[in-house]
Write a protein that binds this ligand. Structure first.
Ligand SMILES: [Zn+2]
Length: 69
């Protein structure tokens, strides 16, 4: 089995881990309804992507009001 010959220095470990941090999520605003959305994602509120209507937005049903009608 291959075994490392020398211990890595703390600086070498730190410089390797310098790329391991989290990055901020890219946010843009929908052209249809101005909601903050992730880039390259269809707007969940109005179903628009690149100024085109792609899908009909899902309408949330209120479980309590629908079950007692
Ligand atoms: Zn939208």
């Amino acid at each position: 089995m291959a075994v490392p010959k020398r211990k890595h220095s703390n600086a070498r470990t730190g410089s390797r881990r310098s790329h391991d941090h989290k990055e901020m999520v890219q946010i843009t605003y929908c052209t249809g309804c101005s909601t903050a959305i992730m880039t390259h994602v269809i707007c969940p509120k109005c179903g628009t992507y690149m100024d085109r209507k792609i899908v009909e937005p899902k309408v949330k049903k209120n479980k309590r009001s629908s079950s007692y009608k």
